[in-house]
Design a binder for this molecule. Structure first.
Ligand code: NAD
Length: 461
């Protein structure tokens, strides 16, 4: 991979980082060194590994100011969001350490007298990890922390658009974790493809788009590596009844516009009971119009730019297609210029109304600050719209009605189901999706064990 540079999406003329791309030989060296490091690390007791992970997280925390600034300068989000992302990454890592320190496997009943049965887990080996650009520390750490805690080595390839935070995290491991246990390789599709195709990688964990996820799945299948894929979403909030509609819309807007909507868990559809439709549209438009767009390092900024020119073009194209198919722009609806941020990739927070459930803008992942409002008359209709997309990542319902809540919990075709709040997940709960949103074990919390370890049924006679 050739050397490459990253640019500030708020002012693309500004080069932020210069990186040496990893060569084919460099990747071989990284994987061989990782395998050597793992051979020793796997013999360390889980409790000790968890303690070491804690020391590594302390080292990451000591660099959190630099990490947050690096995130804002390469990815674009406001500094306050970059700080929260860094804090959440560390908190999730600590929850993982606590789980591994107390995990004792399972004792199962035996079919034979005098025999004791157990299900035990062992480290998987060398993990190959690929991450996107929207959460430059959270996603890499969701892969590094469990890999280390469960006794693996990891070779991470972060996004070529925002690798600085991951580089700082890997630097923090130096002198705290064994040499070569946590490694980084740099570049784009070529380096990522070589990593996930390598026979020395026992598990492939990928977060990114569906199209790339399918390629990664096929490459991992060719050498029968374990896979965990976390892909896109077309998440909805169903607003059925909300005694405090204002509080509900605050949550929806936050879930829609954090990270300028570039979250796989962003709410991009609001499916609203017709009686609440007008107030919902007005309330969302008011909140969207209050956003202050700008450079994420400016403390007044509440929403940064999109991260790449390609992403801005994608959002613009999908909004235009939605409007051409009958959606009405209530507010926003186009890219905007921001004073002092020449050429920045800004898109106005946008509310689209009268969106038909079959409209592309209501079906395809947009990954931008755009909400499509769809009204419904019956609950059956609401559920049909909710589940009528290819994705199945996260969802939220606002209702006080026990019957409606029960139905949502049973029927929402999503990996994550929230009632009466937005879509921000806890630090210790399984994170992942069904349908086109993911394959394999969820990350975060105990379910990470299913990807990061192999399972062994033991019969002690
Ligand atoms: P992307 O799929 O374009 O790239 C993701 C990563 O894959 C990058 O590091 C890229 O260099 C690498 N890559 C590209 N081609 C590859 C190949 N052939 N083999 C191996 N690696 C390859 O995604 P993106 O544009 O960086 O991120 C946006 C997407 O990520 C959105 O679709 C979003 O929904 C998804 N996402 C999902 C989650 C989740 O947890 N479900 C979280 C964040 C982002």
């Amino acid at each position: 991979m050739p050397d490459f540079e990253t640019r500030n999406p708020a002012r693309p003329a500004e080069v932020v980082g210069r990186y040496a791309g990893t060569t084919a030989e460099g990747l071989e060296r990284a994987l061989a060194a990782a395998a050597r490091a793992q051979a020793s690390w796997r013999r360390i007791a889980g409790v000790e590994r968890a303690l070491a992970l804690g020391r590594f997280l302390d080292a990451v925390a000591a660099r959190s100011g630099d990490i947050a600034r690096a995130i804002t300068r390469e990815q674009g989000k406001p500094l306050a969001e970059a700080r929260s992302e860094t804090a959440k990454a560390i908190a999730e890592g600590r929850a993982m350490a606590a789980f591994v320190a107390t995990d004792s496997g399972e004792v199962r009943p035996s079919a034979r007298a005098g025999v004791r049965n157990m299900v035990l887990r062992r480290p998987r080996g060398v993990i190959g990890a690929i991450t996107p650009w929207n959460f430059p520390i959270l996603t890499p750490m969701r892969k590094i922390a469990p890999a280390v805690a469960f006794g693996n080595a990891i070779v991470l390839k972060p996004s070529e658009f925002a690798p600085a935070a991951a580089q700082l995290v890997v630097d923090a491991a130096r002198g705290v974790l064994p040499d070569d246990l946590v490694q980084i390789v740099l570049g784009g599709a070529e380096v990522g493809g070589a990593l996930v195709s390598h026979a020395g990688v026992a598990g492939v964990t990928f977060t990114g788009s569906v199209a790339t996820g399918k390629r990664v799945y096929a490459a991992a299948a060719a050498h029968l590596a374990e896979v965990s894929l976390e892909l896109g979403g077309k998440n909805a909030a169903v607003v059925h009844d909300a005694p405090d509609l204002g509080a509900c819309l605050d949550q929806v807007m936050l879930a829609a516009c954090l990270c300028a909507g570039q979250r796989c868990t962003a709410i991009s559809r609001v499916i609203v009971r017709r009686a609440l439709h007008d107030d919902t549209v007005a309330g969302l438009a008011e909140r969207a119009a209050a956003a202050k767009l700008g450079d994420g390092l400016d403390p007044a900024t509440t929403m940064g730019p999109l991260t790449t020119a390609h992403q801005l073009a994608h959002v613009r194209e999908l909004v235009e297609a939605g409007v051409a198919a009958g959606a009405r722009v209530v507010t926003g609806g186009r890219p905007v210029e921001v004073a002092g941020c020449e050429g920045g990739y800004f898109h106005a927070p946008t509310v689209l109304d009268r969106v038909d459930a079959g409209n592309r803008v209501a079906r395809e992942e947009i990954f931008g600050p755009v909400i499509s409002v769809i009204a419904y008359d019956t609950l059956d209709e609401a559920f049909s719209i909710l589940n009528g997309v290819g994705y199945g990542l996260t969802s939220s319902l606002f209702s006080q009605d026990a019957g409606v809540i029960r139905r949502f919990v049973d029927e929402s075709e999503n990996g994550m189901i929230h009632v009466n709040h937005g879509t921000i997940p806890d630090n210790h709960m399984p994170f992942g999706g069904i349908k086109d949103s993911g394959v394999g074990a969820y990350s975060v919390g105990p379910s990470a064990a299913h990807f990061h370890t192999t399972e062994h049924s033991v019969y002690l006679g």
